[in-house]
Design a protein around this ligand. Structure first.
Ligand SMILES: C[S@@+](CC[C@H](N)C(=O)[O-])C[C@H]1O[C@@H](n2cnc3c(N)ncnc32)[C@H](O)[C@@H]1O
Length: 214
């Protein structure tokens, strides 16, 4: 989103992560698992620290990288995380088991559109992180914002989708449709009567939505 030089400069300033996290970054890179970009991650973690989030819901675990980043940054928190891909679930469970945070992270296996009852069992949440199928963002938001505390935060990744949301000429029909959905989500979110939202142009674009409260 920023120019390449600045982007590399900021990434270069971010301190090395714990060896387990670095191993996961290497795995994700090698096996093309889409994990949150470093600068976007730092922005999200800082929001969660400032908010003092203790009970966090994540939609889209992948191999457990962001769940573990949240646990390392907020060691007193609990993270409930949802994933539907069987292979990624197994990897996430293995990585989480190797950390000191296996008691803080609870993985719900299944499609986020079908596991509402199980998610409800751990509510209310101080914060929700949405990072799963981009075409379904509004549905995830609508289903799970019901279980957010009155002053809670919802953080959504990939809302600028490699800058494509600002492009008018996209060749691939599939990409064009996905970009249209993200754009519609962004417009819906920015005009949501119960939330104030800012879109930060870090990483792949991170939306921070704060519920207005009672
Ligand atoms: C971008 S990755 C998550 C990355 C992870 N948050 C991180 O930064 O380490 C998105 C994940 O969401 C999962 N996913 C997509 N749609 C889902 C759904 N409807 N229910 C559950 N998981 C879903 C995918 O299988 C994928 O592993």
């Amino acid at each position: 989103m920023l120019n390449e030089k600045l982007h590399s400069y900021i990434e270069g300033l971010i301190p090395e992560r714990h060896s387990l996290l670095m191993e996961m970054e290497g795995y994700a890179n090698e096996h093309h698992v889409p994990i949150m970009e470093l600068a976007g991650m730092e922005a999200m973690l800082q929001m969660l620290r400032i908010h003092g989030a203790k009970n966090i819901l994540e939609v889209g675990t992948a191999i457990g990288y962001s769940a573990l980043r949240m646990a390392f940054a907020l060691p007193d928190s609990n993270i409930i995380t949802i994933e539907r891909d069987e292979e990624r679930i197994q990897l996430a469970l293995e990585f989480i088991a190797r950390s000191d945070y296996h008691e803080n992270i609870f993985l719900i296996e299944g499609d986020a559109l079908d596991v509402e009852e199980r998610v409800r069992g751990h509510a209310p949440y101080d914060a929700i992180f949405i990072d799963a199928a981009k075409g379904q963002y509004q549905k995830f938001f609508e289903i799970y914002s019901k279980y957010l505390k009155a002053d809670g935060l919802i953080i959504t990744d990939n809302v600028l989708f490699k800058g494509l949301v600002a492009e008018s000429d996209i060749e691939s029909k599939r990409t064009r449709n996905l970009v249209k959905k993200i754009d519609e989500f962004n417009r819906w979110l920015m005009n949501h009567k119960d939330f104030d939202t800012v879109i930060l142009p870090v990483g792949d674009g991170v939306a921070i939505s704060k519920r207005r409260g009672e």
